[in-house]
Design a protein around this ligand. Structure first.
Ligand code: ADP
Ligand code: MG
Length: 275
């Protein structure tokens, strides 16, 4: 594959939507793996106690492995809790263990509790501009959020530069987005002025139904240019991949799901080049 230019600084993406099952984790791991295949250096931070992103990227997340919890709650440097993903040479993961479920409560009494993740991510020597972080820098960091708007997701919103919101092409797709966007506005006003809702990805698109195309249209009316041209089709291969500890990018690289995630990754990289 032709080499793709690297961004001039680490782009930190928050993948969030408080609705469960809309494709946050699937989009996180597949866009991350696609970018890694395109030669980018990518870190995924699993911020969901379920650890689904860790599983899909082939990384252990049983209790006791160094994890997001250690960094977020105990203040362990992020570099000490990063694991290499077997998916690609230039793909890394901070796994989530079930301990993270307690973090929502444990963090309540901690100083600067909303900016713990920001500190952890920006404290990593590979995060920053080309000059500051050198050749080894991460080009992309993706934070996979849990399905809630609690303190974990808040930490991600404070840590991120950009937001990737997956929207499932189904009835009620836009329900709950108002609340998410209000939270984003609150974060922008008080905690992270730079947060940009840059990317909307329509997932589980079924081209055979009028409902799906109607939803995609409605999402475009609402978010305009920020909606990626590529939608991700509903496909069994995409949902099978995690049970093999793989992304669909390696499980079935030629499948429509993999090709769509590759195209979405290209669009995301192109957005960055024009910024
Ligand atoms: P979230 O992280 O938002 O809760 P997931 O990414 O875990 O959502 O996706 C929810 C479920 O839908 C999972 O079982 C996943 O395998 C399945 N899924 C996600 N994207 C697709 C797709 N394009 N085609 C088929 N199944 C999908
Ligand atoms: Mg998830």
């Amino acid at each position: 594959r032709p080499a793709m230019p690297r961004p001039d600084h680490t782009r930190v993406f928050v993948v969030a939507n408080q609705k469960g099952g809309v494709g946050k984790t699937t989009s996180t791991v597949n866009v991350a793996a696609a970018l890694a295949q395109l030669g980018q250096r990518v870190l995924v931070v699993d911020l969901d106690p379920q650890g689904n992103a860790s599983t899909a990227l082939g990384v252990e997340h049983r209790r006791g492995v160094p994890s997001t919890y250690d960094s977020l709650v105990e203040g362990v440097p992020l570099a000490d809790v990063v694991s290499a993903s077997p998916e690609a040479q230039n793909l890394w993961v901070v796994p989530a263990t079930i301990d993270l479920a307690g973090a929502e409560i444990e963090l309540v009494s901690v100083v600067a509790r909303e900016s713990r993740l920001r500190k952890a991510i920006h404290g990593h020597p590979w995060v920053g501009s080309a000059t500051a972080a050198g050749e080894e820098r991460f080009d992309y960091v993706f934070v996979d959020c849990p399905p809630s708007l609690g303190l974990l997701t808040l930490n991600a919103l404070v840590a991120g530069d950009e937001m990737l919101i997956p929207i499932q092409a189904e009835y009620y797709a836009l329900e709950g987005l108002g609340q998410l966007l209000e939270t984003v506005e609150m974060v922008r006003a008080h905690l992270n002025q730079g947060l940009d809702v840059s990317t909307i990805l329509v997932t589980m698109y079924d081209a055979r139904t009028r409902l799906a195309s109607g939803v995609a249209e409605e999402v475009r009316e609402h978010f305009g240019e920020r909606v990626l041209r590529t939608s991700i089709p509903r496909s069994v291969r995409v949902s099978e991949a995690p049970s093999y500890g793989q992304t669909v990018m390696t499980y079935d690289p030629g499948s429509p799901g993999a090709l769509s995630y590759l195209e979405a990754a290209r669009e995301i990289a192109a957005q960055g080049a024009s910024q």
